[in-house]
Write a protein that binds this ligand. Structure first.
Ligand code: KG4
Ligand code: ZN
Length: 364
């Protein structure tokens, strides 16, 4: 007698190797640590935001960021490793052998970012891997953002189109596979998150202003102020947001339009531009899947605009869970685990780079 066929095929394994990795993210003003298991998923993670440390100065002070990473990293790693051991036990995973290292590899953000901040994570990550006798890998911060939605049970299929919108970047990218990226368009000046933050600062909102401005915008009228949408009427997939600052500065000085109305108008100008270009890129490439990631992907107006446009085209949109939109180590663990499982190894040196073009990456 033939056994009954299972109704659902078993889920394809995501990685080629059974591995558990520790990941460290210190590219800017968040200290973050995560442990990801190839089979059991995320076993623990923690993010500490240095916002209070930098707020006084209205922006990130690189030297203060580095010093704070140094003092927080080791205790955070100890906590997250303990969390991971407890979670593994609860999920019924076999305990690791006595004397074995707590993980099978270490991933750290190697760039782009503030070089001093990056070096704190790179040095500690590389040293821990050496001491434990396990491999290390340096991860590109943006590759982490791109694969953040893969932390969910239903990861986005490849290839796809990605809209990456963070404090430092605004990019439309064709993602063929991990490490195979084609840049279709990016910003010529300010990033989308930067445009949110600078406008928020002009409105007197506390740093970092993006989420604050979005909150204020909820009560404003988005057609209250006419703002430039400079690259919208031109063909192509480039962005430009630097003109917004001047318009917002003028509106604030003028005083005729209230803060909530200015906020709603700014958010609408940024969101309209991002949505229009992302849809244009979908139409040009024919992709059926759109992945949106980076800090600004937490924005509700952006999510609503993109989802509506994508639905009309029969395109599926994937966003990271809210906690994985902004900087975190879980996303670094996803990219790091895939690269380690494919055999990529960091040499016995401490490497980090402030500048690191995404398109120069290779498939592991
Ligand atoms: O990805 P991320 O945490 O750091 C970078 O790699 O840059 O992005 C941070 C950016 C900041 O500019 C922040 O203001 C913006 O994302 N952001 C938001 C929202 N949440 C974070 N912007 C608009 N609406 C939000 N809800
Ligand atoms: Zn980021």
């Amino acid at each position: 007698m033939t056994p009954p066929r299972p109704r659902k095929p078993p889920r394809a394994r995501r990685y080629d190797a059974a591995m558990r990795v520790l990941a460290i993210e210190t590219s800017c003003d968040e200290t973050a640590v995560a442990v990801l298991d190839a089979e059991a998923g995320l076993l623990g993670h923690e993010v500490f935001s240095q916002i209070d440390l930098h707020r006084l100065y209205g922006g990130v002070v690189p030297e203060l960021a580095s010093r704070d990473h140094v003092t927080r990293l080791l205790p955070m790693i100890e906590r997250v490793l303990a969390l991971a051991t407890a979670a593994a036990g609860r999920r019924g995973l076999a305990p690791r052998q006595a004397g074995a290292p707590p993980v099978d590899g270490v991933a750290f953000t190697a760039g782009p970012g503030l070089i001093g901040a990056l070096l704190t994570g790179a040095a500690l990550g590389r040293a821990l891997a050496f001491a434990w006798g396990v491999p290390a890998v340096g991860v590109h911060h943006l590759e982490g953002h791109l694969f953040a939605p893969s932390l969910d049970p239903d990861p986005p299929p490849l290839p796809h189109l990605a809209l990456l919108v963070s404090g430092g970047h605004t990019m439309l990218i064709e993602v063929e596979a991990l490490g195979r990226y084609r840049l279709l368009g990016e910003t010529r000046d300010d990033a989308a998150g930067e445009a949110f933050d600078k406008s928020a600062k002009l409105l007197g909102l506390p740093y970092p202003g993006g989420p604050e401005l979005a909150r204020l915008a909820e009560t404003g009228r988005r057609d209250a102020l006419e703002l430039p949408r400079p690259m919208l009427d031109r063909p192509g997939l480039e962005f430009s947001f630097s003109g917004l600052k001047t318009a917002v500065r003028r509106a604030v000085a003028d005083g005729a339009v209230g803060a909530a109305d200015i906020a709603a108008s700014v958010q609408s100008a940024i969101v309209d531009t991002l949505v229009a270009k992302a849809l244009r890129a979908l139409d040009a490439t024919g992709h059926g899947v759109l992945v949106v990631s980076g800090g600004v992907s937490a924005n509700r107006a952006l999510r609503a605009g993109l989802s509506a446009g994508a639905e009309r085209r029969g395109v599926r949109v994937y966003y990271p869970r809210l906690e994985f939109c902004t900087d975190n180590a879980a996303m670094i663990a996803v990219a790091g685990l895939a690269r380690l499982a494919a055999g990529e190894r960091e040499p016995l040196t401490i490497r980090a780079r402030a500048q690191w073009p995404l398109a120069t990456l290779q498939q592991p």
